[in-house]
Design a protein around this ligand. Structure first.
Ligand code: HEC
Ligand code: HEC
Ligand code: HEC
Ligand code: HEC
Ligand code: HEC
Ligand code: HEC
Ligand code: HEC
Length: 403
């Protein structure tokens, strides 16, 4: 990468898309060079907000909104004006932080490098339980209960439908188009509930040339490695990007099409000639892999971890939002005997204020009063752990479900 893309402070430095990374001819390079400075949310975001070819397409938790985010959108970057590099500590240009999609890492970034494994110390009555939960739940399960809360993100992308120049795009309820002749058919989501899965921090990935099971219903391009039985795994929130993509029907590896015309004389680019065969021949030649001449479309899922857009502490999920068993009159008293004059029901029931979010225009009406936020059964529990036990132990008091 060139230096200016990260160190520009003027906001005028741009690359020209067909120029293979070269700066746009219109940029005043002298002006930009005289105004270099620290990297910023805008300079790092000039690439990362646009992963997938546009704002908020692949990453559910990064978009242009993070340049000047509101407090509820991202507490660190909005509330406390963090730059990216404040968390992604950088030494000798090794930028820390592991990616969901690429197996390259220059160090890890995690919440506990600044907070701790027991981060709840407000002195409140919930501290004890919140800290024991942090052994099983990734921080963002509670602290980022919905994704794409600042800007809708693409969740479905069907490449096989591309090529119809006559099809008119229809905008969805978020104002996002359902079609683009260059790219195919889309679905978008805003303030969506994540998919939860056990994760040890490692990912399985399909890379260029890897053989896959082409008859599978779904091929996971990335997926977390983890299990309820592994003490090192935690329940972790993800956005799953679902898509229809092309695969070589004989070689069983994914095909890389040549999309963007190199110049006026280009005769193979899909976005010029709308011919997948030519686009695959050319694209695969560039990767050094053979294209057999037959292709088929398969469904792919890609798990993207949610690490940004942490909400303020008072917007975290709390007890009743996950434990239906704590919904009734008795909350803490169900297990603790406490004669103090404290409204435990209120404390346990506070949590994320979806009514407030709805009043601010977010699509979360259906989440108000929800008491089964994460699906315990889908994660391998018999049901609510308060009743059926946690992954390694049952509660000592042997609480039994009322008939
Ligand atoms: C991918 C983004 C990126 C690119 C590309 C990049 N830098 Fe940096 N650079 C950083 C970050 C992050 C830091 C840490 C401080 C900060 O946030 O600006 C940094 C720090 C620096 C520093 C300060 C070093 C110090 O020890 O304080 C200098 C000087 C610098 N970069 C020069 C360059 C030059 C010259 C190039 C091109 C050869 C370059 N950078 C390319 C991101 C980048
Ligand atoms: C010119 C485009 C560009 C800029 C600017 C840029 N990045 Fe990246 N970055 C990439 C690409 C491409 C990847 C690899 C694919 C991916 O993970 O999305 C990457 C990967 C990463 C990763 C994942 C770990 C890894 O090594 O793969 C982190 C974290 C990251 N960048 C942070 C930053 C930060 C912080 C800045 C600003 C200092 C920055 N990037 C600026 C393009 C860019
Ligand atoms: C409050 C801390 C924080 C801030 C601020 C922050 N990040 Fe991150 N970011 C993280 C954490 C934690 C991860 C997970 C990294 C890991 O597991 O090693 C991450 C992961 C990433 C990844 C990899 C994502 C994936 O799953 O593939 C990229 C890219 C990235 N950050 C870019 C950025 C950019 C660009 C900015 C600024 C606009 C930024 N980050 C600001 C904490 C932060
Ligand atoms: C580079 C250090 C750093 C990293 C990494 C970091 N934080 Fe923070 N965080 C802070 C600081 C500083 C504050 C503000 C002071 C405070 O409340 O402790 C803060 C505040 C918070 C708050 C309270 C916000 C409020 O005022 O309501 C929450 C919740 C939080 N962080 C969660 C997280 C989560 C979850 C992660 C991982 C995705 C994370 N933090 C990563 C430094 C960090
Ligand atoms: C089970 C849900 C849950 C998990 C898991 C969780 N938190 Fe919290 N967190 C909360 C709630 C709820 C609050 C508000 C506490 C209150 O109202 O007393 C909070 C408050 C905080 C605060 C503000 C300071 C304080 O003591 O109130 C910080 C900082 C914080 N959490 C960071 C983290 C980090 C970092 C992790 C992961 C290591 C994490 N949390 C895991 C639910 C959770
Ligand atoms: C995001 C969902 C979520 C939230 C919010 C949540 N829990 Fe839990 N809770 C769980 C999960 C998952 C387990 C199982 C942990 C295990 O496997 O050890 C659990 C287990 C428990 C247990 C039994 C086992 C144990 O180790 O203590 C109690 C008691 C409990 N929770 C109380 C609470 C209280 C009190 C709160 C509010 C401070 C709360 N929970 C908030 C998901 C949640
Ligand atoms: C399903 C049973 C259960 C429920 C409901 C429950 N707790 Fe607990 N709590 C326990 C157990 C068991 C312990 C003992 C330590 C452990 O195993 O985590 C404990 C420990 C504690 C502790 C630390 C030890 C102490 O007694 O000072 C506090 C504080 C606490 N709970 C507060 C609460 C509050 C507040 C609520 C309601 C929001 C609540 N608990 C709901 C089972 C429960």
């Amino acid at each position: 990468m060139d230096c200016l893309v990260c160190h520009d402070t003027t906001g005028t430095y741009k690359k020209a898309p067909p120029g293979a990374g070269m700066p746009d001819e219109k940029v005043d390079l002298k002006h930009v060079a005289q105004n270099v400075g620290h990297s910023s949310r805008a300079s790092c975001g000039s690439c990362h907000f646009n992963g997938g070819g546009g704002d908020a397409i692949k990453h559910a938790d990064m978009s242009r909104q993070l340049i000047e985010p509101g407090r509820n959108c991202d507490i660190h970057m909005g509330g406390y004006d963090f730059s990216c590099a404040e968390c992604h500590k950088t030494r000798n240009h090794e930028i820390s932080g592991r990616s969901s999609s690429v197996p390259v890492a220059e160090g890890e970034v995690s919440c506990v490098q600044c907070h701790s494994e027991s981060p709840h110390y407000s002195g409140g009555f919930l501290d004890h339980h919140l800290n024991t939960h942090s052994k099983t739940l990734d921080c963002n399960v509670c602290h980022s209960p919905v994704y794409a809360k600042c800007q809708p993100t693409k969740t479905w992308w069907d490449w096989s439908k591309a090529g119809d120049k006559n099809r008119k795009p229809v905008n969805d309820k978020y104002g996002q188009p359902d079609y683009n002749w260059m790219k195919g058919e889309f679905k978008w989501e805003e303030s969506a509930v994540p998919d939860y899965a056990w994760s040890s921090g490692y990912m399985n990935r399909v890379l260029i040339g890897d053989k896959v099971d082409s008859d599978a219903d779904v091929i996971n391009l990335t997926e977390p490695v983890g299990s309820i039985k592994d003490p090192g795994s935690k329940i972790t929130p993800f956005k799953i990007m679902k898509a229809i993509q092309p695969i070589d029907a004989e070689h069983d590896y994914f095909l890389i099409p040549h999309l963007f015309p190199r110049d006026k004389n280009d005769t193979t680019a899909y976005w010029k000639v709308l011919d997948w065969e030519k686009a695959f021949q050319d694209g695969m030649a560039a990767t050094g892999l053979e294209y057999s001449g037959t292709y088929k479309w398969v469904e792919t899922w890609m798990y993207w971890r949610l690490e940004h857009e942490v909400m303020p502490a008072d917007m975290a999920l709390s007890c009743v939002q996950c434990h239906d068993s704590l919904k009734g009159e008795k909350t803490c008293n169900r297990c603790h005997q406490d004669n103090r004059d404290i409204d435990f029901k209120k404390i346990a029931g506070k949590g994320t204020d979806f009514s407030l979010m709805k009043s601010e225009g977010r699509d979360v009406g259906h989440l108000i009063n929800k008491t089964d936020y994460i699906n315990f059964k889908a994660l391998g529990y018999k049901g609510d752990p308060i009743i059926h036990g946690g992954r390694f132990k049952k509660l000592p008091m042997g609480y039994k479900e009322k008939k």
